[in-house]
Design a protein around this ligand. Sequence first.
Ligand code: UD1
Ligand code: CA
Length: 468
Amino acid sequence: MSQHSTVAGIILAAGKGTRMKSDLPKGLHTVAGLPMIQHVGRALNGAGIARPIVVVGFGADQVQIALGNSFSYAIQEEQLGTGHAVSIAAPVLEGVQGAVVIVPGDAPLLESESICALLQHHVLNKAQCTVASVRMEHPAGYGRILRKSDGSFSKIVEEKDADAEIRAINEVNLSIYCFDCQTLFRLLPNLKNDNSQREYYLTDVVGLIASEGGRVDIEVFSDAEQFVGVNDRWQLAQAEKAMRNRILRGHAYRGVTLRDPDTTFVGPDVKIGPDTILEPCVTLTGNTSIGSNCRIGPYTILDDTQTGDECLIYMSRLSESKLGDDVRVGPFANIRPRSVLGNGVKVGNFVEVKNSNLEDEVKASHLTYLGDAQIGTRTNIGAGSITCNYDGFFKHRTEIGKDAFIGSNSILVAPVTIGDEAITAAGSVITKDVPDGALALGRARQEVKEEWAYHWRKQKKLQKQGKS
Ligand code: UD1
Ligand code: CA
C-alpha cells in the first residue's frame, strides 16, 4: 500500500441536499448510527487515505463540529457545482503530486476495497483520470457515461442535459474518481457552466482530459448497491437497510446467531463473540462489545456497554456500563452509565443501577435502586431496597461491604457505610453507619395485641346487623 500512502482524498458534501427536506446537512444524516460522511471517510481511511478534505457549505459549522478533526475542511460558500467544489479544495492540496481520490459525501455504502481497486488501476495504467462506473437497471438521476466507438471514454452527460438516446444508456457515473492532482487543478479553471443547472460540473473536467488527449480509464464495478447515492429519505432508508444487512451478515459469519435480522440493529463498531445469540428486537450501538456464549434479548438495548462471556440479558436497557462473565440482567432492568457489574452478578426485574460498582456475585433480584454505590462481593440486596443518594442538591455515596445482607425494603440514606457481613433488617431506614458483622434495625418495634382482631370483627358484625 506504500504507493497509496501519499494519496489525497476529497469528499464533496457542501450541497444542501434539498430532497432530504431537512434542516440537517445531508452528510450528517446517519446510517447505522454514523453520519454518512463518516462512513465515506472510513472507506477512504481503509484505502490508506488519511484525513480527507471535506468540502462543506450548507451547515458548514455543524458539519465540522459533528465530524471533528479526523477530517480537514474547505468551505464552499456558494454551491456552484461539483467542479467548483473541488476547486475550493485545491489550495489545500497545492503542490501535491500524484493521485487524489474524489468521492461524494452521500455514498455511505462505499467500501475501501473499491477505492483500492480504483487507485490500483489508476496507478498501474498511469491514467490522468480513472472514473468509476456501474451498469444500472434504473439509471435515472445519474450522469451517463458516453464511450467512443472503440469503447474508450468520451464524456459524461448529466441526466438533466441528456436527450432520450443518452438517457437510454445504463452505464452511470458514480461520482467516484481518481485524478492526477496537477492535471485536475490545471483544467478546473477552464470549466464553464453552460448547462441546464448553470453549475460547474466536475464531470466536465473528465471530458476535458479526454479531449486534450489525456488518458481516462473507466473502472466498471458490478455491485450497484454499494454505490447508491442518498438523495432523499427513502434512499436513506434503503441505505440503512443495506448497511444493517451488511453488518449482520459479518457477525453471522463470525459465529453469532441472529434470531430475527429484520428487528436487530447493530452499529458498525459493535463486537460480538461467537456462539452468542441475539434474540428479536435487539439494538446494540456505539462502542458495545459482547462476549461469547451470551444471550441478548429479546427487547434489549445496549449502548457503549461491554460484557464478558456467558451473560444473559433479557428485556433490558444498558448504557455506558461494564459487565463481567456470567452476569444476568433483567427482565426490565435499567443499567445506567458508569455501572460495573462483576462476574456472576444478578440484577433482576425492575432494578435500576447507576454509577455503581457491584462486585462479583452481588445479587439485586427485584425492585431496587442502586445509585452511586459500592457493593462488596456476594452481598445480597433485598427486594425494594433503595439508596437515597440525592438530597435535592448533592449526590452522596453508599458503601456496602462484602457478604452483607440488605433486608427487603431497606432505605439506605447516603452518605452511609455498611460493613462486611452486616445485616440490615427488612424495612429499615438506615441513616447511620453499620459496623462489620452488626445487625441494624431502623424501624418501629412491632406490637402484638392478643385476640384483638377477634374482638374487633365481632363488634363490627354486631354494628352492621343493628343497622340493616
Ligand atoms: C453527481 C454527478 C453525476 C453522478 C452522481 C452520482 C456531477 C455534475 N454529477 O450528480 O454524474 O451520476 O453525482 O451520485 O458531478 N456538492 C458540493 N458542492 C456543489 C454541488 C455538489 O459539494 O456545489 C456535493 C454534494 O453535497 C454531493 C455531491 O457533491 O455530496 C454530489 O452532488 P449532487 O448534487 O448530489 O450531484 P448529483 O446530481 O447526484
Ligand atoms: Ca447525489
